[in-house]
Write a protein that binds this ligand. Structure first.
Ligand code: ZN
Length: 663
């Protein structure tokens, strides 16, 4: 017996707001919260200003994005879809008593799995377990007619798939990771396999292994199997291609049309040269209002940093807010020339840095429901160097985080900031200074600097992500305080940067540990980067008391005493990390990460978790998408596309499970 889930519980106020300027106050941003997560909804400012053709373009790009959903689930772990299909069957089964003891725990588990696109925590990598008993879960499966004898073992046995991407420092991280990128091979075998393919002297190398699974076949031979039409994930990729072709027909310009044709060709052939050609076209499109990400993009989930997770993103340019990053881009060379790194590691000409502020229209794959607030693509270093890259900061997502925080009675700022003065500084300038830091990180930070000739782009191995994020963050931190920023009209006040500095140190040394389970190390790349920078500056500035640890009523605080010296420390560390990357000094990079980024002081960690718990906040946020719906006239012609703002997280998940089920 199936129960039709009430999908898209619309608040009528929200639906009406869709096409007019939103008023603060009568739109609830937080729509669900459970475990360590909260789910919000975002609005799309500027949607009404699009032409019908632009809306149609965005609509098909959004459909293409959503059709890739199952790919990511399967990439994260090969049994994820099995688990999800069982959860969907139970959630839609009429016979299940939703008042029974245990059901609430089951529901929380289901919501967490949906949030993570699989059975592992989206951030911490560890397997998630249901709080309800195995017997109860079995009874639910029975009621829903799910016949899968192995499933309970997969869900409940801690020895099966303990982590998505293994964070073990000893052992074979390929074997220990649950991600579905490798089968029957060891780390050593994979590394040898690629060493045999990759030509280090190729100035324009394709991203080897980006879109394939590596398998040792029954004959003992290691082979790559591509994710493409006619290969792995074909049913999903075919659907994506259909929507991309529909989008191409209504694209804004010829560059977009060429880019989409190349993307479809890449999906049909799996040819990584086509992927590069697509990216080169895609980078050129800086004039369109509607833009997208669609493909196997980021390699964070692969323990060896080669295989990319599927991701989709559709966005529209925020013209007004983009002026700020346009100014940064126009001055890119000045920033490169004046950065505190060794001239040998600077780019003689920085080109093609296109930076804009966007508003998200659709999040998908690896960007849904948890999503970044800034993106810089493409990832291939030589394309970035030869053709430039696109950097975006995502305004409506950032603003939604702020609005949602304002809906709460307490804040981490009030708890972890030492003084009223610090809180006032943060309230006055924190938000704008943080956005400017993100702009600098994305627009200029990642694009700055160069490798010395002959240094491999993969020289930093497993430390590459954290070091690269640290480099971009430091570039941003250094310039956030530069008088040039005020001169350019970007920073509103010469003192505003202090809010970002105080916030960064407080977060890096303390607040961010709210996201780590007690007793576990700090493993996520961005968090490692922040801890590395904050700890390094705390230690190196100790003699001058640049950052002071204070204890009041048993609570620890970190206070910045000398902002000028702190900026100087940022400059020193930026110079060193740029040297490490430029020279490919793996050992020095490793030492920085292992010394400053990984281990959390257990006493402080415990204190931070307790203080945070008392605030009753959720450390992670994610988003439901507005549903872009065609409006038809009486003859069935589409006259408009309207975003409809759901407030039903589970409803959207179940709807996607039906509509975009491909694998
Ligand atoms: Zn970054």
């Amino acid at each position: 017996m199936k129960r039709i889930y009430k999908i898209m519980m619309l608040s009528s106020a929200a639906a009406m707001l869709a096409s007019c300027a939103p008023k603060e106050g009568d739109f609830k941003y937080t729509i669900d919260s459970f475990a360590d997560l909260k789910v919000m909804r975002y609005r799309i400012p500027g949607w009404e200003d699009l032409s019908l053709q632009q809306k149609e373009y965005a609509y098909h790009l959004a459909e293409a994005a959503k059709y890739g959903r199952d790919i990511l689930w399967d990439q994260n772990c090969k049994d994820n879809l099995r688990v999800r299909h069982a959860l969907e069957a139970i959630l839609e089964c009429d016979a299940v008593d939703t008042k029974a003891p245990g059901y609430e725990d089951f529901l929380v588990y289901a919501k967490r799995v949906f949030f993570s696109n699989g059975i592992h925590h989206h951030y911490a990598e560890d397997k998630i377990f249901p709080a309800c008993s195995r017997e109860y879960f079995a009874s639910l499966m029975n009621l829903a007619g799910v016949k899968d004898d192995e499933l309970l073992e997969i869900i409940y046995n801690p020895a099966i798939y303990p982590q998505r991407r293994s964070t073990e420092t000893s052992g074979d991280i390929v074997k220990l990771s649950a991600v579905n990128f490798y089968e029957g091979v060891t780390r050593d075998e994979v590394e040898k396999y690629y060493a045999g393919i990759v030509d280090p002297s190729d100035p324009e190398p394709v991203s080897w292994g980006l879109n394939t699974k590596v398998v040792k076949d029954a004959d003992g031979v290691i082979r790559e199997y591509p994710w493409k039409v006619g290969g792995i994930y074909s049913p999903a990729i075919e659907k994506i291609c259909v929507e991309l072709e529909k989008a191409a027909a209504v694209a804004e310009n010829d560059i977009q049309k060429r880019a989409l044709a190349l993307l479809v060709e890449y999906y049909k052939t799996g040819d990584l040269k086509k992927w590069d050609e697509f990216n080169i076209e895609w980078v050129k499109d800086t004039l369109g209002t509607v833009d997208f990400i669609n493909g196997f993009i980021e390699d964070y989930n692969d323990p060896l940093g080669r295989k990319a997770s599927w991701e989709g993103y559709v966005n529209i340019k925020d013209a007004e807010a983009s002026k700020r990053s346009d100014i940064l881009s126009a001055n890119a060379q000045w920033f490169e020339d004046n950065s505190p790194v060794d001239p040998r590691f600077k780019k003689a000409t920085v080109k093609g840095i296109s930076a804009k502020v966007i508003n998200a229209v659709c999040l998908a794959g690896d960007s849904y429901p948890s999503t970044p607030i800034g993106i810089n693509l493409p990832n291939a270093d030589w394309i970035r160097k030869e053709h430039g890259s696109k950097s975006v900061t995502i305004a409506n997502i950032t603003h939604t985080y702020n609005y949602a925080a304002d809906e709460l009675p307490t804040s981490t700022l009030a708890e972890f900031a030492y003084s009223k003065k610090e809180i006032e500084l943060a309230k006055k300038w924190g938000s704008v200074a943080d956005e400017i830091h993100t702009d600098l990180h994305e627009c200029l930070g990642h694009g700055s600097g160069q490798l010395l000739p002959g240094v491999s782009t993969t020289a930093m191995g497993e430390y590459a992500s954290a070091l690269e994020e640290a480099r971009a963050d430091l570039f941003g931190l250094y310039y956030t305080a530069d008088p040039k920023m005020v001169e350019l009209g970007i920073m509103p006040d010469p003192e505003a940067y202090k809010a970002e500095y105080a916030n960064y140190i407080r977060n890096g040394l303390m607040v961010q540990f709210t996201r780590v389970e007690l007793g576990r190390p700090n493993t996520e790349a961005h968090m490692q980067n922040r801890k590395l920078i904050a700890e390094w500056c705390y230690e190196k500035g100790a003699a001058d008391n640049v950052i002071e640890k204070k204890v009041r009523d048993g609570k620890t605080y970190f206070v910045v005493n000398d902002y000028v010296k702190l900026r100087d420390l940022f400059a020193q560390l930026l110079a060193e990390i740029q040297r490490i990357k430029s020279e490919g000094d793996y050992e020095a990079g490793k030492a920085l990460i292992e010394t400053y980024a990984v281990n959390i002081d257990p006493e402080l960690h415990k204190e931070v978790l307790e203080r945070y718990k008392a605030l009753n906040l959720k450390p992670y946020g994610g988003f439901v998408n507005p549903e872009i719906q065609p409006v038809l006239d009486k003859d069935g012609n589409v006259t408009d596309y309207v975003p409809v703002y759901t407030d039903d997280y589970l409803g959207q998940m179940l709807q996607y499970g039906k509509k975009y089920r491909t694998l």
